[in-house]
Design a protein around this ligand. Structure first.
Ligand SMILES: Cc1cc2nc3c(=O)[nH]c(=O)nc-3n(C[C@H](O)[C@H](O)[C@H](O)COP(=O)(O)OP(=O)(O)OC[C@H]3O[C@@H](n4cnc5c(N)ncnc54)[C@H](O)[C@@H]3O)c2cc1C
Length: 393
């Protein structure tokens, strides 16, 4: 949509082809239906939130920055607001208002929008893209922009068509993997499902070496774990062999081992006759206590005054490093974004044009770019889309 608007502003004759019955189905469900469409931060800060290929998006972000995106929407009549963490939303909290604003800009730019029409292939003639074939016919064009998105949330229309188009032009595809996704475990956490943990750290090790430690909020699910810090961690571990990864929860990240040990001694001294199963109510959420005691492998009816030093240290160890079962990556359909896609080495970052096929451009999540939550992914789609739209051969 942003590509088409940008191209039309330069007086091009533009056709937007969408296979769904309406535009922006993924955007509609984004931000829990509120569409967090950008992040009002400095461009330099932005790059810290881009996981795959931040250098590639440098030019496009400077050419159409978060500030430009906010100006675009405000100048097209959308009222916007900024929330915690610089997340920008429509004031109405309705993603449909963001989509409607884009539709109006398409309309006033004279873009022909073809709905219910699936592109089936590119028309390539001697290394030059000269149009597309659809299920209904052919379109000749002197510039084609592929903005078919990632492969997750298939109900929104996501599919791998864009990768096939790129491959037909000689491009390589970096294997798609789930990013911003829940992390499943071998047995899941049926008993704990829905329990949310605040101010904890989610830590992941690869071959025993720490690779990720995220602080904040997470939750247990029937299949494993999810929530903000788990989603972030998932984007940072999705290229590792999952069988070599181990994940832990640190329930008390603000206290080091000794400080936590002292804190537990104090609690135990205050109520020496308490049984272990009742001794952690100040340190853990009540629903968590059974699972915690199970991991300790200590008699839960034991009085705390009878707990040995070694046993107490094992309590501290598990509270700082509560191990999760064997990890499994969630199915890609459950990922908020797809990491992987069209290899960016074969795309010119200053125009978004293919380096392998003239007049062919790529934009958005179909490319091997992905970022953390906070409005960064939609902004990446807008920035790369806008640049592809304004670039001329
Ligand atoms: C649940 C959820 C919540 C999210 N929340 C946020 C958020 O709050 N903030 C944020 O920044 N990001 C969020 N994202 C990610 C964000 O929505 C995507 O990164 C963004 O929509 C990517 O834009 P895109 O234009 O590249 O692809 P899409 O938005 O996926 O658009 C691609 C379009 O191409 C169409 N298409 C595909 N193949 C063909 C074909 N062969 N012919 C014709 N049409 C075709 C599809 O139907 C689709 O409409 C969320 C994602 C999900 C799933």
């Amino acid at each position: 949509m942003m590509s088409a608007i940008a191209a039309a502003q330069l007086n091009n004759d533009v056709t937007l082809i969408e296979k769904n019955e309406k535009l922006g189905k993924k955007m509609f469900i984004s931000g829990k239906g509120r569409c967090n469409f950008t992040n009002d931060c400095e461009v330099e800060e932005f790059f810290k939130n881009v996981i795959s290929n931040p250098k590639f998006v440098y030019g496009s972000l400077y050419s159409f920055s978060p500030e430009n995106v906010m100006d675009f929407f405000v100048s097209h009549g959308l009222k916007i607001k900024t929330e915690r963490g610089n997340r920008v939303f429509p004031l109405s909290d309705k993603s449909s208002d963001v989509i409607r604003t884009l539709e109006k800009a398409l309309e006033s730019g004279g873009v022909r929008v073809k709905l219910n029409e699936r592109v089936t292939s590119l028309i390539i003639d001697s290394g030059v893209c000269v149009g597309v074939k659809t299920e209904k016919g052919e379109y000749k064009a002197d510039k084609v922009i592929v903005a078919t998105g990632g492969v997750s949330y298939k109900l929104t229309g996501a599919a791998s068509d864009g990768y096939k188009f790129a491959q037909s032009a000689g491009h390589s595809i970096v294997a798609p993997v789930p990013a911003l996704a829940p992390i499943n475990t071998k047995f899941g956490y049926r008993k704990l499902a829905g329990l949310s943990l605040k101010n904890v750290a989610f830590k992941v090790e690869f071959n025993g070496k720490p690779i990720v430690s995220e602080f904040g909020e997470m939750l247990f699910t029937h299949e494993g774990v999810s929530g903000p810090i788990v989603l972030t961690a998932s984007s940072k571990i999705n290229r590792y062999p999952v069988d070599k990864l181990k994940a832990f929860i640190d329930f008390k990240p603000a206290l080091d081992f000794d400080q936590l040990d002292k804190r537990i001694i104090r609690d135990f001294d205050e109520a020496p006759t308490k049984q272990l199963k009742n001794a952690f109510d100040k340190l853990l959420p009540s629903r968590m206590i059974d699972a915690f005691i199970d991991k300790l492998m200590l008699d839960k009816y034991k009085k705390v005054s009878e707990v040995s030093r070694a046993e107490r240290q094992s309590i501290v160890k598990i509270m700082k490093n509560f191990p999760l079962d064997e990890l499994r990556f969630a199915p890609i359909d459950q990922a908020i974004v797809t990491a992987g896609g069209v290899c960016v080495k074969e795309v010119d970052p200053s125009t978004m044009q293919s380096k392998l096929c003239k007049n062919l451009y790529f934009a958005g999540e179909v490319l091997d770019i992905d970022a953390l939550t906070g409005g960064f992914n939609i902004q990446l789609a807008f920035s790369t889309g806008h640049l592809a739209g304004i670039s001329d051969k």
